[in-house]
Design a protein around this ligand. Structure first.
Ligand SMILES: [Zn+2]
Length: 503
């Protein structure tokens, strides 16, 4: 993952996390788990490691649900490996559990015996964060001993874990900023959003499509605030469900945003504030400032239709994803420019030119094919007139053709042939075969048989099926099929001539 952390302050300002209620205390008893909402990762989003204590541990019993179709959300959760897994609740943690549209962090826990354990996922269960710890290279009993309740451990975001988190924070804080501006400047509510897997653009789902001018105005406004470096901070108080505002609904019945999960118990009411711009209930981790969030909105919206309503997606990028996007876009453009042998600004014109030239070339090829097919048909008729008496005129033509549609040309010959007057008079049977220039055991040689007598065609093609294992079918006076393998004139070619001679 590309890093873009150079401008990040090394520590979270002390006034980032503000406890509004005089009675709310962060539990200090190491036997008690701090509820989700006031975890270390939420109080101090830049903290990368923390010494803490184990509150409880159990061996995870995998539920083994039937494999579901992967949704966008499912893609982003790291897969739980097949090793045994422990479910560990800590007193506190810097590893964020999934929630609020933000996926789980990954990280490590170092136990007192200096073993580093991989945290593959953290989930919120009720009000608490459960760490899913992979047991690898140790027995489950050894792992249970290392994580016995009361044990002192260090929970940390390793380099990969922090880059993943930094990306998620950048995208999540950007989403708050964009949604706030869409609402206040254009009165467009955000219905939902998706923190897609890195490095795809994330999106907000809004109630209508937007013009380029509207998108540009939101981007300009957002980047002005980014340049100002607006502060971000968090306010928490005890959760009073009676005071939690309900979710607004549109006329269509569609909810605007998401309600507080019903199973979130014992936690806090947490509001994330972008100074002077936005105030939004959210449990996610957010950067202490938006100053590093150079934002790019993809300059179009994607319309979505549902049965009851319609909406649109506005995609956005920032931070590490924006750099990755710029790098890959630049690489695509420069490699295309190099193939086209021109400077990058000329790429669109050159591509247009190539496409137009190709269209012309295709048209010319088909015209020449038609002309050639007519000429082949005429020479066939000429040969037929010379040789044919009262007997059947039999002819095999083998071609080498490097095309995906060799049957097209063979058919063109047969049609041109049947349009000539003589074709109706003299009994005949013509077989055209066409192989690719470089043949392999999987290559296909096409076979087209046409003639004046249905019975003869059937007789010949049945013989081909039997002797050359040819597959195919047809009706009336035309039959087409395929031979798979390497076609050789002195092997398959001879067998075909024998079949014709037997008629
Ligand atoms: Zn949020």
């Amino acid at each position: 993952m590309a890093t873009a952390v150079a401008l990040l302050p090394s520590v979270t300002p002390s006034d980032y996390h503000r406890i509004k209620s005089p009675t709310l205390r962060i539990p200090t008893n190491p036997q008690v788990s701090i509820p989700v909402g006031i975890l270390a990762c939420q109080r101090d989003p830049l903290l990368r490691s923390l010494v803490t204590f184990v509150v409880s541990v159990i061996v995870s019993q995998p539920a083994a649900p039937p494999p579901k179709k992967l949704t966008k959300k499912a893609v982003i959760s790291p897969l739980i490996p097949p090793d045994p897994i422990l479910e560990v609740v800590l007193h506190d943690t810097v590893i964020f559990p999934e929630g609020g549209g933000q996926p789980t962090d990954t990280g490590v826990i170092v136990t007192a015996d200096f073993t580093t354990w991989e945290v593959v996922q953290v989930k919120r269960l009720g009000g608490h964060a459960v760490h899913y710890i992979r047991v690898q290279g140790r027995t489950v009993d050894e792992a249970l001993l290392a994580f016995k309740p009361g044990a002192k451990v260090t929970a940390a975001l390793d380099q990969n874990g922090f880059e993943r988190r930094y990306d998620h924070m950048s995208m999540h804080t950007s989403q708050h900023l964009i949604s706030a501006l869409l609402e206040s400047r254009l009165q467009i509510p955000t219905l939902s959003w998706s923190l897609t897997s890195y490095p795809s653009p994330c999106y907000v789902e809004v109630t209508r499509g937007m013009s380029l001018e509207e998108i540009t105005s939101i981007q300009t406004e957002a980047n002005k605030l980014v340049f100002e470096g607006r502060r971000v901070y968090v306010e928490v108080e005890e959760l009073d469900r009676d005071r939690v505002k309900g979710i607004q609904k549109l006329e269509s019945g569609r909810s605007v945003g998401k309600a507080l999960p019903d199973d979130y118990t014992g936690g806090v009411n947490r509001v994330v504030i972008i100074d002077g711009v936005d105030k939004n209930p959210c449990c996610g981790t957010h950067l202490p400032s938006i100053h590093n969030l150079q934002l790019f909105l993809l300059p179009h919206t994607e319309a979505l239709s549902r049965s009851s309503t319609s909406s649109a997606r506005l995609y956005f990028l920032c931070g590490p994803r924006l750099i990755t996007h710029l790098t890959s876009t630049h690489n695509l453009l420069t490699s295309t420019a190099s193939t086209l042998n021109c400077g990058t600004p000329l790429v669109p014109d050159r591509v247009n030119q190539v496409v137009e030239e190709r269209k012309k070339a295709e048209k010319r090829v088909s015209e020449l094919e038609a002309e050639l097919a007519g000429s082949v048909a005429k020479s066939l008729v000429g040969e037929m007139k010379e040789l044919a008496g009262h007997t059947l005129f039999k002819k095999h033509i083998h071609r080498i053709d490097d095309t995906g549609n060799a049957l097209g040309f063979a058919s063109a010959v047969s049609h041109a042939f049947s349009n000539l007057e003589e074709a109706a008079v003299i009994p005949h049977l013509v077989v055209i075969t066409s192989s690719p220039p470089a043949q392999m055991p999987s290559s296909a040689t096409i076979i087209l048989a046409f003639g004046s007598d249905e019975g003869r065609i059937k007789q010949a093609t049945e013989a081909l099926k039997g002797r050359l294992n040819v597959k195919g079918g047809g009706k009336g006076l035309r039959w087409s099929g395929k031979f798979f393998g390497v076609w050789k004139d002195d092997r398959e070619g001879i067998l075909l001539e024998e079949v014709l001679n037997e008629l």
